[in-house]
Design a protein around this ligand. Sequence first.
Ligand code: ZN
Length: 505
Amino acid sequence: MQHISDDLYRQMLGVMHTVKDLNAASAVLGWDQETYMPEGSGAARAEQISTLDTLAHTELTSTRSRDLVEKVREIDGDDVRSRLVKLFIKEYDKASKLPESLVRETSKACALAQESWKKAKSEKRFDIFSADLEHLIGLKSQAAECYGYAENRYDALLDLFEPGITVNQLRPIFSRLREGTDNVLKAIRSSQVEVSSGLLMQQFDCDRQVEFARFISKCIGFDTKTGRVDISVHPFCTSFAQTDVRLTTRVFENDIRSCLFGLIHETGHGMYEQGVSSELARTFGSDGSSMGIHESQSLFWENIIARSEEFWQWAMPLMKDYFPQQLSGCSSFDFYKAINTIEPSLIRIESDEVTYNVHIIIRFEIEEALINGRMSVGEIPTVWNAKMKEYLGIEPTNDAEGCLQDIHWSFGGFGYFPSYTLGKLYAAMLRKAILRDVPSVTDHIRRGEFSTILQWLRDNIHVHGKIYTPNELIQKVSGEALSERDFLEYVKAKTQRVYDVSFAE
Ligand code: ZN
């Protein structure tokens, strides 16, 4: 086994520090753009961000980096240093494998596609978007060829979001997940219980909502000495360092879910960022393991904790202090049922925990076929609508509520969607693992004590940053390989409780 010398390691850290500092500075500007920047400052800000991003790319692909990578390519080992070397090589390869002309053309194509996508969506006409989309898919397929892959061209794009995950690994998991979802929907159709989200759609004062959401975010463990919460159009989490994490949420007066669950979700992301080992600060190991693992942290808090019955046994009296009129006759069980309504929706982001995955599976199947040239762009609307009908029993009446609903394709984010569902599967696997390690965890939740849970996540997930791939990390924590089994068990148990139905074994 060959280890890296102290001198080379210091040089490598030097490059990583510069790149990460430039990334962080760019992220500060991006955060400001979404929160406090005056409306008319967009053009100047875009130039500033682009300059910083170009500087970071130049540093990463410099001859200094190339020489370093050549010297450390044979380094082999399992310790943190050796793994950082592997991440360094991977980032260098990713940044230098694409010819500059392709990078430039792709960024131009994305700008055009975003404009035509917006127009197409507002006019409900896919044909306005299709030529730009086709161009972008061509460029992304070229990029996949440059990155390289073993079996499936789509794997090269998946790897950008979920390192090491492949189409062959996902296909059987997604097929069993669809089957399990069908069983849940069948059971719900046989239920006599009336479950509705009506009580969540009353009038709730916006300032009170934000106050309550901030309170809950702090209770579950977000450290406001090293992070802050603001308001933006779309909720997000961004971090400039483990000691500087920014969250946002949004508020709707007539729906209490958006602000509260939005902030709990982002808090999950934020606590992950706050928990990465300081040893990894300013290195390529300081991010989360993958998009999906990151999403598992937000979904763990949003769904597994904050949509549980125990959580509302604790939180309901507290929430009633904020909204005594609206919630006067509402029990914690009423609220628990209302926030766990399951009903197929045409819109992905409005979907429940269970049918959400079907939206992802449809996008995955379409993307994989497009990138491998087995499907043409013109076929997308027909295929989309047919799959919605077959998988969920509902059909869009126009493309805006069908294949034009998401922004992702317009910015070239092919390979991104599966991470959302993987996040749900990882979160359910973590739920099972924490119940094994801390059997009293539900009592903790019922008492509003979250520190044991957060510490468990810190020790098992957060501290490792990006040092392990998602497959490695989930195996290490749960003792098992990625699977849909724990998720299906979890949603079946919840469905039984909410809808008072039973499942045949
Ligand atoms: Zn998220």
